[in-house]
Each structure stands twice: as C-alpha cells, then as structure tokens.
Design a protein around this ligand. Structure first.
Ligand code: PMP
Length: 454
C-alpha cells in the first residue's frame, strides 16, 4: 500500500502523530508563549501562514546566531531554513551587526540619500553586471516595481510567468496552469481583478510554449527565477535560457531574473554564474544580511527607457517606492553584506558543503531504496519525492506530499534540525559546519529507517 513516495501513508500518519506528541512534551514554554500570543494576534502568530509549519503550536525562538537557533525551552536547533534565505550569511552576521550598531545612533531613516547608497549601487553593478539600480524593502516590492517600470516602458500589458512560480505576494503572478488552461489561484484572498487577462502562464523548460506566448507581441516582460525554487527545485534544461533569452529579445520583450533565492549560486547570482543575459535583476532577502532590503538592477538600455518613461509621465505618484525604503539602516546593512559576504571566497565553502550534503543525502536515499531525488544549486539542496528531478511546475507539484513532508520536518525538528517548510530545502550558510551537516544526515537516516521498516 505504498504511495508514489515509496512510503506507506499509514506509517507516515503514525510517525506524525508520535512526533506531534514528542514536540509538545518537550516544549512547555513554547506552548505557553504560543497560547499567550493568540490573545492578541490572529492565528496566534505575526503572519497567518506561520501557523502552517508542521508543529502543533508555533515554535517560540529565544535567539539565533550563525547556523543555530535556540528556542525558549532551551533546545538548540541547527538551522538549514535560515529564514528561507533571509539569513543565508548566518544569523546576525558579524559585519552586518556591527554596521547596524554603528548606524543605529546616527539616524535610521530620513527619506534622503546618504554616503552608503552610491557605494551599495556601485557594488551591486559590479557583482550583477547591470549598471543602474533602485531599491525596495522586500523582494516582493522590487518585483512589483520592476513590473510597473516594464509595463510603462513597453506600453504592453501582459506579464509572462512560469507555472508554479513564486515571486512574493505580487498579485499578478498568481495564475496557474490547470489542464493547460490559466486559472487564478483559488487561495488568493480578496483579489477582485481577473488576473488572467494580464498574466500569461506557461510551463518551465517549454520553448515552444514560450514562443507561442510571446508571439502576439503584447508581453511586457518575462519574470522568472533562473531555477525554480519555490515548489521544490526545477532546473533549466541545458541551453534553455540561451534559447529563451533569444526568443524574448526577438519578440521585443524583456527578461527579469528574480535572484532572491538563487543568490545562493554566488556573489552575482545564478545568471552571472551561468552566463545568462538578463535585462533586469531582482535581489532581496539575504542582500541585507537579514535586514529587510531589496534592490533591482537594469541594463543601460532599460534604465534609459525607464528614465524617459518617468519624464514623459504626468507629474505625481508613480506607484513605485515606499517611505522607509532605502533607509539609512538598510543601506548600512547592504553595504556590509555586499562588501563582506557577497564574495567568491565566502561562497566557495558553502557550495562545497552543499555538494557534500547533496551527495551523501542521495546515497542515503538510495540505501533506503526510495524513489526520491536530490537537487543542488549553489548553497541550496532540496530533496523531492520523485525519482527524476521535475522539469516543470506541474511535475514538481505532483511530487509533493504534505503529510510526509510534515512528518519528516517535525521528526527532524525534534532531533534538533530545522529545514525549510512548505517544501524540502536545506540551505548552507558560512557558519554551517560538517558536524551540522552530519547531524542532519544522521537524523534523516533514523527517520527513513523508521518509515521504511516493516
Ligand atoms: N522572489 C522569490 C523568488 C522568492 O522566493 C520570494 C520569497 N520566497 C520573493 C521573491 C519575495 O520575497 P519577500 O517575501 O521577502 O518579499
């Protein structure tokens, strides 16, 4: 009665039930904290989806440093979630913490530029190979702003995205392909506009669909991650981006690379590391070492058109920017992150450790004879419940199994290891050691031993 995951659903259910109990027993203070929190917080958490983790009640964090978290009950967790990439350079990276301390007594926000801004933009241009930059507070906002610029510049309405993508809470991207037809995601709350009229969606790695979607000549831009990372990982086929960029250019459209997660591939992101020529790049999350910061870069051509579009527009609100964006604290954080951590010598050991994790995890899965695969991109490693790495969003989504995921994640957490919720990503930071990786592998081994045994 094994499901396609190779593990019997009954076993998964039993493990999940036992681990929920184990979690609760070991965490009286987290339970009390979560209960106190629900008095004045809807869902008992600051953001409703924080209650979607596998835990029976929300884990309450006491502090985080480097690659480890401490919960209020005194358990240390090796953190492979790292705030889903926000803490990719470790929790409270020293250079960022020092820069924040120094800036904290010299102004936090002024709505004016300071000395750091020009230097941050210079370093971004150097790392990402695009000459002109603007800022946002979150990757969500950066994507929203870029989309506005591109629609204004091209005077085209349509956004083209890949099925299963995630680019933050940018409404426009929540259109799925269901049986080949575009459908507004039913889970989206309070969206009263029909997004399918201005968003087109195709499968990743499908060049024929890309050509067909571009051919009406109304696509302002293609917004994409170079590797899909948000429904499990989906790698581009060899040569996909080279052909895709040529098609996008041929049809008068522009390519926006969202490198928010794929920054794990190196100091200039995946596109730089793999020679993909994007017209615009979005970076967020880890860019401020954990401080909310994001930025977007344009090619010289695109930047000139953006400036022209603004000059030609009526004076007044552009719909781009927020008051606290590019504040002094954020700029100090980005300057410290760029100069200290966005360097090849910082990434090299992270990549080596992620490679080792991927290799050993693959061997472990093979030893347990499970039809699962492991994918690694830079410092990110992901396991998926399918034998072959998925080639598009539909394949990736169909390999997911919420109950198995919850059982595994909760088992790992109870064994002192935290991995990213909502799929199976494990991120390496500069502070992650071989012992940390060993800890993850051995906990995973014990979990699988329980799940596959008769
Ligand atoms: N782009 C990508 C590729 C992401 O994965 C995310 C968040 N997971 C975002 C943008 C949005 O980032 P934020 O939630 O920090 O705005």
């Amino acid at each position: 009665d094994n499901s396609s995951t190779g593990i019997s659903p009954a076993k998964v259910r039993a493990l999940l039930a036992r681990e929920r109990e184990r979690y609760a027993l070991a965490r009286p203070l987290s339970r009390a904290g979560a209960s106190r929190a629900s008095e004045h917080m809807m869902f008992g958490v600051p953001l409703h989806w924080m209650s979607d983790w596998s835990t029976p009640f929300a884990l309450q964090v006491a502090r985080a440093r480097g690659a480890e978290l401490l919960d209020v009950d005194g358990h240390t967790l090796v953190d492979f979630c790292l705030g889903d990439t926000g803490a990719m350079f470790g929790h409270s990276p020293t250079a960022v913490a020092q820069a924040l301390q120094a800036q904290a007594v010299n102004g936090l926000t002024t709505m004016l530029a300071g000395e750091d801004a020009a230097e941050v933009a210079r370093m971004l241009a150097e790392r990402f190979g695009l000459p002109q930059w603007q800022f946002a507070m979150t990757a969500t906002d950066a994507n929203r702003f870029v989309l506005r610029w591109l629609r204004a510049i091209t005077d085209r309405r349509v956004l083209l995205v890949f099925n299963g993508c995630y680019h933050g809470t940018v409404d426009d991207v929540f259109v799925d392909l269901v049986d080949g037809r575009p459908v507004q995601r039913p889970s989206l709350l309070g969206q009263v506009h029909d997004l399918t009229t201005t968003t087109r969606v195709i499968e990743f790695n499908d060049l024929a669909a890309l050509e067909a979607a571009l051919s009406p000549g109304d696509v302002a831009c293609v917004l994409a991650e170079p590797v899909m990372t948000n429904t499990g990982m989906v790698l581009p086929d060899p040569g996909f981006w080279e052909k895709a960029t040529a098609l996008i250019r041929h049809h008068g459209s522009w390519l926006v690379m969202d490198e928010t997660h794929t920054l794990s591939s190196g100091p200039g992101g995946y596109a730089q590391a793999h020679g993909i020529a994007a017209d615009a790049v979005v970076v967020g999350k880890a860019l401020g070492g954990g401080m909310p910061c994001a930025a977007y870069g344009f090619s010289a051509d695109l930047a000139a058109r953006a400036e022209a579009a603004k000059r030609a527009a009526a004076p007044g609100h552009s719909g781009i920017g927020t008051t606290l964006t590019a504040n002094l604290l954020a700029m100090a954080a980005m300057r410290a992150t760029l100069s200290t951590y966005l360097r090849p010598e910082v990434f090299a050991p992270m990549h080596a450790r992620a490679e080792r994790l991927a290799r050993d995890l693959r061997a472990l899965i093979q030893r347990h004879r499970l039809p699962w695969c492991v994918t690694q991109v830079g410092a990110r490693t992901e396991f998926q419940f399918c034998a072959q790495p998925p080639r598009n969003g539909t394949e990736a989504v169909s390999a997911m199994n919420a109950e198995l995921e919850h059982a595994l994640h909760l088992y790992l957490l109870n064994e002192g290891v935290l991995i990213t919720p909502f799929h199976n990503m494990m991120l390496i930071c500069p502070d992650t050691t071989d012992a940390h990786v060993e800890c993850l592998l051995s906990a995973m081994d014990r979990a699988l031993l329980e799940l596959v045994s008769d």
